[in-house]
Ligand binder design. Structure first.
Ligand code: 6PG
Length: 244
């Protein structure tokens, strides 16, 4: 079993441990570099984790927030990842509004992706062809082993050179905007929060199965040597090899 895998008793404990680790990483990068740029995911598992994170002392004055992916909806829509983060983390923690670099889900997806890319290029002072290095990327994993908005079979899974793109997700018959694999691989730290029995097979595929990014996108930057730390619960871990 990977030493970067923490198996907690339940989803609440996994969320708490994940929040504590995120706070530690963020505070460390602020201490080392004076700033921390982090990218957050959406979905349902982060709700508890964000609520825990909002209670911890974090130097938010020096933290800039970005999103790993976004649904193509306005920022006040119930499906918006930005809305969820606002309600569960940004408002309760009092994160300065000018530190938020959301993906403009209300725009045409191509436009939203292009705008997000140019914002990231400016903020990270990137030259042509360079990728941003986030201090931390927080990811989740679906029961189909997608991560970010990279779903099984998407040709973007092989794109290690671009920053972000819009993609059509057949499963939901809708577009999304997502960071791309090269950016996920370049992160200084990655934490993946993936609790729940419905993720047990995907977790086995991603951590112990044969590498096949196209079939299991969450394998991207998921195992050593990538600095990726997993927070799961016993239900999600039930198929994993137990430590002898
Ligand atoms: C999103 C995501 C996505 C998420 C997984 C897991 O916008 O939905 O960022 O990649 O992390 O779907 O989501 P759950 O926590 O809801 O299982």
């Amino acid at each position: 079993m990977s030493s970067n895998l923490q198996i907690l008793t339940n989803a609440e404990a996994a969320a708490k441990a994940c929040a504590q680790r995120i706070a530690e990483i963020v505070n460390e990068s602020v201490a080392q570099r004076g700033i921390s740029r982090i990218a957050l995911s959406g979905g349902s598992s982060p709700k508890l984790m964000f609520a825990e994170l909002a209670k911890i002392a974090v130097d938010w004055e020096h933290v800039w927030l970005y999103w790993v992916d976004e649904r193509v909806v306005p920022p006040d829509h119930p499906d918006s990842n930005y809305k969820m983060a606002t309600e569960c983390l940004i408002l309760p923690a009092g994160i300065p509004i000018e530190h938020l670099n959301r993906i403009a889900g209300e725009r045409y997806p191509e436009e939203a992706a292009a705008h997000y890319i140019s914002e990231i290029r400016v903020d990270f002072k990137l030259k042509d062809g360079q990728l941003p290095q986030f201090d931390l990327i927080h990811r989740g994993m679906g029961s189909d082993s997608h991560t970010a908005s990279l779903f099984p079979g998407d040709p973007l899974i092989e794109d290690d050179y671009d920053i972000a793109a819009n993609t059509y997700v057949e499963k939901f018959k809708s577009h999304r905007v997502t960071l791309l694999p090269g950016v996920l691989k370049a992160a200084r730290h990655t934490v993946i929060l993936a609790p729940g029995a419905d993720k047990a097979e995907a977790l086995w595929d991603v951590l112990e199965g044969k590498i096949n990014y196209k079939a299991h996108p969450c394998q991207i930057a998921a195992r050593a040597p990538f600095p990726t730390e997993w927070f799961v619960d016993e239900a999600a871990a039930k198929l994993l090899r137990k430590k002898s």
